[in-house]
Structures are given as structure tokens and as C-alpha cells.
Design a protein around this ligand. Structure first.
Ligand code: IMP
Ligand code: MG
Length: 177
């Protein structure tokens, strides 16, 4: 495992909160008078989901799911394993998959397809960050906080070897061997 340190702050706590509010407002408008289920994709999106849920108001419920990509990481297999599924019956409901960051797109492409088969009213994706240059599969998230270049980032739920998730800001990482 490499040593890592914080290189540069990309988004401050205030910038993050302003953007979350903006996304929350959009979701509120788009689903006015409708029930939505926010599905937090663990672990990275636990903080974004908590903040977003509080911007949306009382027509949102929350559930949790954990998925992990497996196989040779140099090959984009698209294979995703469900480590924890939701407990909510989502049939007939609007579902929003909440993610911290989209990289290759494999995780969310898989999850979107999976939810489409569960007789939901709609499936949307809300991701705080996206790295479009890294995409190996087509995926068009409905709600994106920021598009960022191909750099590894930490904080606001995102980790390296389980560390740095609790940083209140988002920073780029510097790897030291
Ligand atoms: P994807 O299936 O390749 O899109 O993988 C997305 C997942 O990889 C995210 O939910 C994160 O858990 C992780 N990930 C991707 N890029 C980063 C990063 O820059 N920092 C931390 N985690 C990342
Ligand atoms: Mg994640």
C-alpha cells in the first residue's frame, strides 16, 4: 500500500454545501409531490446522501446498498457484486441512486439496470463527482455536482484504504512510494 498525502483542496466545505443545496433543489422540483427513495451506495456516499436528504425534505426515504467491482481491475468486466441490498420495496417508486463519484461507470451502469428490472417508476443517478475521461461504459447521470479531471480525490466520504472519508473538503491525493 502506498503512502498518501493531501495535495490540493479542490472544493471547500462551503463550495460542497452550496452544490449539494443546488442538486437538492433540482431534485425537489423534478419530483414535486412524489415519493422518492434515495439509495446510498456505501460506503463513499454516506455523507453526500445525508446532506442531500436534508436538502430534499419530507418526501424522501433513505436506504443503503453496498456493491463492489471484482475481477482483474485492468479489465473492465462490468461485473459487480452486491454486498448489501436494500430493504425497501421499491416497486412503483421513484429511485435515486446516490453516489460519491463515477469513475469507469461500471458500478452505476450495473445498478441502474438492476433497478430497472425491479418495476420502479423511475431510476435516476445523483453523483457528487464524475470523471468523464475515465469512462469505459456509457452512463449519463441525471444530477452531477462537479466534473473533475482524472485525479484521485479524497474526502467528503471518499477514501484511500478507508482513510480520509471524514475530511470536510475534497482534495487531490499525492502518492508517495
Ligand atoms: P466505477 O464503477 O469505476 O465508476 O467506480 C466508482 C467507485 O470507485 C466510487 O464509488 C468510489 O468508491 C471509487 N472511486 C473512484 N474514483 C475515486 C477517487 O478518486 N477517490 C476515491 N474513490 C474513488
Ligand atoms: Mg462509492
Amino acid at each position: 500500500m502506498k503512502n498518501v498525502k493531501i495535495k490540493e483542496i479542490l472544493y471547500t466545505e462551503a463550495e460542497i454545501q452550496a452544490k449539494v443545496k443546488e442538486i437538492g433543489e433540482k431534485i425537489k422540483q423534478d419530483f414535486e409531490g412524489e415519493e422518492v427513495v434515495l439509495i446510498c451506495i456505501l460506503k463513499g456516499s454516506f455523507i453526500f446522501t445525508a446532506d442531500l436528504a436534508r436538502c430534499i425534505g419530507d418526501n424522501a426515504t433513505i436506504d443503503f446498498m453496498e456493491a463492489s467491482s471484482y475481477g482483474d481491475s485492468t479489465v473492465s468486466s462490468g461485473n459487480v457484486r452486491i454486498l448489501k441490498d436494500i430493504e425497501t420495496d421499491v416497486s412503483g417508486k421513484h429511485v435515486i441512486l446516490v453516489e460519491d463519484i463515477i469513475d469507469t461507470g461500471n458500478t452505476l451502469a450495473f445498478l441502474r439496470k438492476m433497478f430497472e428490472k425491479r418495476n420502479v417508476k423511475s431510476v435516476s443517478i445523483a453523483t457528487f463527482l464524475s470523471k468523464p475521461a475515465r469512462r469505459t461504459i456509457y452512463i449519463e447521470p441525471e444530477y452531477v455536482g462537479f466534473n473533475i479531471p482524472d485525479e484521485f480525490v479524497l474526502g467528503y466520504g471518499m477514501d484511500y484504504a478507508e482513510k480520509f472519508r471524514n475530511l470536510p473538503y475534497i482534495a487531490t491525493a499525492e502518492f508517495i512510494d
